[in-house]
Design a protein around this ligand. Structure first.
Ligand code: SAM
Length: 295
């Protein structure tokens, strides 16, 4: 959980990322921060410097090039009429992120369309503009990036088990290190949900699992989508292929002493195999990570 964050000053940001609306979801916030450099506030709106990686996102929906902002429809209209932007064959869409709805969307869109010195084309627009209503005002921008949701096809992988991660979560986890990492290791890969997302993003993948049957499933899952990854049956204690980043979903169960030893062993060896790591666990790992040498 992270506390609600105050928005960055508008004048410094050229772009905004709009995230799936799950307030205070730390995974969504972390994905947004890594992909755009912006931190979403409670309604999922992040001012940022870049939206180019939004197509690979799991939880970011739209990237906007911000063109105008105003506290009221009148202020926004004035800002739009003073802004200089290409607008031939446009359409204006509306999104409310506000708890308290204060404007008439239809009227405001019509007024905006009249303020833009060009012709609309509602069916096949060359420019899609978005009017965003927020509790702190109105934002107007051009949609320049959208989430491709390409990860969704991986939910139809041929092999799954009760512990297989959904593709959306797997994609968001990989997005915490890509772009950046050129290779990703999942040393407890199970059916390969994380490997699928890393390969889909063009990253070299290495996988291992102590269970040889499940390794066969991961290999077949990768092959099913035309992907390749070196997936081997191995206990992490004997595994020796380093990678730029490690992303893994730790084995879990009730927190027994035996499980603590097993998980701490995985983290210690993970530290040896990659300088950066993302671990999914059902309890707080802070102390164990520090003990394993993570900063
Ligand atoms: C939670 S599951 C991973 C599920 C996977 N993310 C998926 O989507 O299918 C954890 C996996 O860790 C493996 N595992 C547990 N201890 C291990 C170890 N010491 N070395 C390698 N694999 C291990 C288990 O066999 C299990 O498949």
């Amino acid at each position: 959980m992270h506390p609600p964050l105050s928005p960055q000053p508008a004048h410094k940001a050229q772009f905004a990322a709009i995230c799936a609306r799950t307030p205070h979801n730390a995974l969504i916030a972390a994905e947004c921060a890594h992909l755009t450099g912006g931190v979403p506030d409670a309604d999922g709106f992040a001012l940022c410097q870049s939206v180019e990686h939004i197509p690979q996102a799991a939880y970011l929906r739209t990237g906007l090039h911000i063109l105008a902002q105003g506290a009221t429809p009148e202020e926004l209209l004035q800002a739009v009429s003073q802004a200089n932007f290409a607008a031939d064959e446009f359409r204006v869409e509306f999104l409310s992120l506000a708890l308290e709805k204060r404007i008439s969307p239809q009227q405001t869109i019509l007024a905006l369309a009249n303020a833009i010195p060009s012709y609309p084309n509602l069916k096949q627009p060359k420019h899609r503009f978005l009017l965003v209503e927020r509790d702190n005002g109105l934002w107007f921008g051009e949609v320049v990036a959208e989430c491709g949701h390409t990860y969704q096809s991986h939910d139809a992988k041929p092999h799954r088990t009760s512990t297989s991660l959904p593709s959306r979560i797997s994609r968001a986890l990989v997005n915490l290190v890509v772009p950046g990492a050129g290779s990703v290791l999942d040393p407890c890969c199970g059916t390969g949900s994380i490997l699928l997302e890393a390969q889909a993003l063009g990253v070299t993948v290495f996988g291992a699992d102590q269970n040889p049957v499940i390794v066969g499933m991961a290999r077949e899952n990768l092959a099913h989508f035309g992907y390749f990854g070196l997936v081997e049956p191995a206990d992490i204690r004997d595994y020796h292929r380093p990678a730029d980043a490690l992303v893994t979903d730790l084995p879990y169960g009730r927190l027994l002493a035996a499980e603590e030893t097993a998980v701490r062993t995985i983290i210690e060896h993970g530290r040896r195999l990659a300088p950066v790591a993302v671990y999914v666990a059902e309890h707080d790992l802070t102390d164990w990570l520090a003990a394993a040498g993570y900063g």
